[in-house]
Design a protein around this ligand. Structure first.
Ligand code: SF4
Length: 368
């Protein structure tokens, strides 16, 4: 079994809604962000600490802060923030394990398979604990990022399909088995603390599993595109025709029949949900398009009608007058406003050092 599943639980928000996302992202480079690398390192601290608690003969450290300064397997040096975040997860998991005297049964960084969804669906969960005598199943997932994640999202529900498989929880038992699904997200502000929880019966997930089953099979036999909040994390959002058209749906209706809305509070709540979903898709598309434009402008392509600013902004409309290639905003301490580098040759356009000069002009007087 290879390391990365074609239908990974971590991307189930995408393929579980948009079956075309798997093929769309297949040839896209995996550009792991610094935050993602830090998250991976924090996961390592968390799992090592829990394993050391579970098996004290390992002789390892029992508190996450003891890992500060050491190097995670992905090469990231552990800092205070990673240790602090990992400790929140460790504390929550250990509290449950000690409460039920069940630490030996804790699953840590455990690979599960979900054949009831699809043969190509497997992944590694962070932590889980099954207490068959109490018909109780806990699952935890750690998120290092700021964007709010849901304890009732497709990722955790997908893992739960794997746990039901692992423990032989059938269609009878799942109606008696209570599930507690927790997201530990220390660096996302949430009024009730860093741990959010969804609780219900395993049988409540049958509808979600049916959805995952249908979309998983669509991936390999007639994939379709469906836009929504999940597009934010799709690497193909910059080239996806559905995301492009979804964005256009927010732009200008022409010669529509005259009609004014009279919406009650419930209608407005529905409208809000539609707009939030739509804005997140449009935002993801805009970010991807801007990144691609920046790449092309730096490569010397003209005809975009846009200028590149290396200061606080991203892309803006060019100022008046001739604009031979790329204009940039001065980044020095005294700089005010944008400078056009009229003398830049083609070779200099991709040279950040050249772009940060003042084009031979006198520097503007500093403001007092
Ligand atoms: S951008 Fe959205 S609609 Fe397009 S492939 Fe990705 S998830 Fe699907």
């Amino acid at each position: 079994m290879s390391e990365h599943a074609p239908l990974a639980p971590s991307s189930s928000e995408q393929w579980g809604h948009c079956s075309g996302s798997v093929a769309a992202q297949a040839d896209m480079p995996d550009l792991s962000s610094e935050q993602a690398r830090e998250g991976t390192a924090a996961h390592w601290v968390m799992s090592e600490t829990l394993l050391n608690h579970q098996d004290t003969t390992r002789g390892g450290w029992l508190a996450c802060h003891q890992f500060i300064g050491s190097k995670a397997p992905n090469g990231v040096i552990i800092d205070d923030k990673m240790a602090e975040g990992a400790q929140v997860h460790v504390d929550d998991v250990l509290e449950v394990c000690w409460r039920f005297n069940a630490l030996p049964d804790l699953l840590i960084e455990h690979r599960v398979r979900m054949p009831r969804i699809h043969e190509q669906n497997w992944g590694t969960l962070d932590s889980a604990l099954y207490l068959p005598d109490r018909a109780l199943l806990f699952i935890w997932d750690y998120k290092h990022g700021h964007r709010e994640a849901k304890p009732d999202g497709l990722q955790l529900f997908d893992y739960l399909a794997g746990l039901a498989e692992k423990f032989g929880i059938n269609g009878e038992l799942d109606r008696q088995t209570r599930v507690v699904s927790r997201i530990v997200q220390p660096f996302c502000y949430y009024a009730r603390g860093p741990v959010r929880e969804w609780a219900g019966f395993l049988s409540d997930l049958r509808g979600v599993w049916n959805q995952l089953y249908a979309k998983a099979h669509e991936v390999f036999a007639g994939p379709t595109l469906s836009t929504g909040p999940w597009c934010r994390d799709c690497k193909a959002v910059g080239k996806c025709s559905a995301a492009r058209r979804a964005g256009y749906n927010y732009i200008d209706m022409v010669n529509e029949p005259y009609a004014m809305d009279a919406m009650d509070a419930a209608d407005l709540a529905v409208e809000r949900g539609i707009l939030v979903d739509g804005l997140s898709t449009a935002k993801a598309r805009l970010d991807a398009v801007e990144d691609e434009l920046q790449h092309r402008i730096r490569g010397g392509q003209v005809g975009t009608g846009l200028a590149l600013e290396t200061g606080s902004g991203r892309l803006g409309t060019p100022g008046p007058g001739p604009r031979p290639g790329v204009s940039v905003r001065c980044r020095c301490r005294e700089g005010r406003g944008a400078y056009t580098h009229a003398n830049l040759g083609p070779g200099a356009k991709g040279n950040p050092a050249a772009l940060e000069g003042h084009n031979g002009k006198a520097h503007p007087a500093p403001r007092r």
